[in-house]
Design a protein around this ligand. Structure first.
Ligand SMILES: Nc1nc2c(ncn2[C@@H]2O[C@H](COP(=O)(O)OP(=O)(O)OP(=O)(O)O)[C@@H](O)[C@H]2O)c(=O)[nH]1
Ligand SMILES: [Mg+2]
Length: 299
C-alpha cells in the first residue's frame, strides 16, 4: 500500500533540520550553514519512491526572538505543526535539552490539542558528537521532554541511520496516493532558490557578525529566448557599511567568490548557463522593517 503525507520538521536553530531534508530528498532544496537561523521560510522538500512520498516542511529554527524577522520565523515554524501528518522534532543529542527545547516541547503540545492525533517522532541528530557516557541520560531526557519513546539517533551529515529514520516516518504516514507529481522536489520558485543559494555562499564564506543581518533577493531574471543563458541580477542586503565592506572584500574578491560559487550551483539547478551579477546594499534595520521584510518575501 502506498503511503504519502506531510512531515513538519521542527527544532532549535542549527540542529540539522535542513541537512536532514536535503539528505532524504537527495537534492539541496534548503540551504545549510553552521550559523543559526539559516532557514527563513517554509520550504517544501519532496522525497518520492515507488512505496512512499514524504513531503517535508522545513521550518526556521525556533528561538527567542529579538527582531520582527525573528518573530516571523517562529510564527512560520509553529504554523507548520498544524495540518501535518507527522511532527518530526529534530534535536542535537550531543547536548542535554535546554530552555529552547522546552519551548519547542510546549509548542508541540499546544499543536496536539486539536482533534487530530498527530504522531510525534524524535530525530536525535549529531550522534557523532555525542559522548558515550551521555547517551543514556540525553536520550532519556529528550524522550521524557517530548513524551514519546519513538526516536532515532542519526548523523545526518553522513546520512547515518537516515534510512532507518525514513522507515519510521513512512510507517507513520497515512495510506494514499502521491500528493505531488513524482518528479517534483519542491514548491519553492527557482528565483527564490537562487537567492537562497547566494545567501548560503555568503554565510559560508564570511565569518564575523554578518549572518543574521544578511538577506538576498533576485532583482532581475531574464531568460534569453535564443540560447540557454539566464541573466540574473541579485542583491545582498546588509545592515551596516562595515558588513558591506566585508562582503565586497579586498578589491571585490569576496563578492567575486560568492558569485562564482553561487553561479555554479544555480547553473547545476537550472541546467542552463547563468550570468550572475551581484550587488551589496545597506538597509539599516531591515530585520525590523515590515516593508523591507515584505519586499524580501519573508512575510
Ligand atoms: N557534527 C554534525 N553536524 C551536523 C549534523 N547534521 C547537521 N550538522 C551541521 O549543523 C549545522 C546546521 O545544519 P542545518 O541543517 O543548517 O541546521 P538547521 O536546523 O536547518 O538550522 P536553522 O535553519 O538555522 O534552523 C551545519 O553546519 C551542518 O553541517 C550531524 O549529524 N553531525
Ligand atoms: Mg535550516
Amino acid at each position: 500500500m502506498y503511503r504519502a503525507g506531510f512531515v513538519a520538521l521542527i527544532g532549535k536553530p542549527n540542529v540539522g533540520k535542513s541537512t536532514l531534508l536535503n539528505a532524504i530528498v537527495g537534492q539541496k532544496v534548503s540551504i545549510v550553514s553552521d550559523k543559526p537561523q539559516t532557514t527563513r521560510r517554509r520550504i517544501l522538500g519532496i522525497a518520492t519512491t515507488d512505496r512512499y512520498q514524504i513531503c517535508f516542511v522545513d521550518t526556521p529554527g525556533v528561538h527567542e526572538p529579538h527582531t520582527t524577522l525573528g518573530k516571523i520565523l517562529n510564527e512560520t515554524a509553529s504554523q507548520a505543526l498544524f495540518d501535518t501528518d507527522l511532527i518530526l522534532v529534530v534535536c542535537d543529542v550531543s547536548k542535554p535539552p535546554d530552555k529552547g527545547d522546552e519551548s519547542i516541547a510546549a509548542m508541540v503540545k499546544n499543536a496536539l490539542k486539536g482533534p487530530k492525533a498527530t504522531p510525534v517522532l524524535l530525530c536525535l541528530n549529531k550522534m557523532d558528537l555525542l559522548k558515550a557516557h551521555n547517551v543514556v541520560a540525553h536520550v532519556e531526557a529528550y524522550t521524557k521532554l517530548f513524551g514519546t519513546d519513538d526516536q532515532m539517533m542519526t548523523t545526518m551529515t553522513r546520512q547515518h541511520n537516515a534510512d532507518k529514520l525514513v522507515e519510521m516516518i513512512v510507517e507513520r504516514l497515512p495510506e494514499g496516493d502521491p500528493i505531488f507529481p513524482e518528479d517534483e522536489v519542491t514548491d519553492v520558485p527557482m528565483r527564490i532558490l537562487a537567492a537562497e543559494l547566494i545567501r548560503e555562499k555568503a554565510l559560508r564564506l564570511t565569518r564575523q557578525e554578518i549572518p543574521h543581518a544578511l538577506a538576498t533577493v533576485v532583482d532581475l531574471w531574464e531568460e534569453e529566448p535564443t540560447s540557454d543563458l539566464v541573466r540574473i541580477t541579485a542583491s545582498i542586503v546588509v545592515e551596516r557599511e562595515g558588513q558591506k565592506a566585508i562582503l565586497i572584500g579586498k578589491r571585490g574578491s569576496m563578492l567575486k567568490q560568492i558569485g562564482t560559487e553561487a553561479r555554479g550551483e544555480i547553473e547545476e539547478m537550472l541546467g542552463k548557463r547563468v550570468f550572475l551579477e551581484l550587488f551589496v546594499k545597506v538597509r539599516e534595520d531591515w530585520r525590523q522593517n515590515p516593508r523591507m521584510l515584505r519586499d524580501l518575501e519573508y512575510s
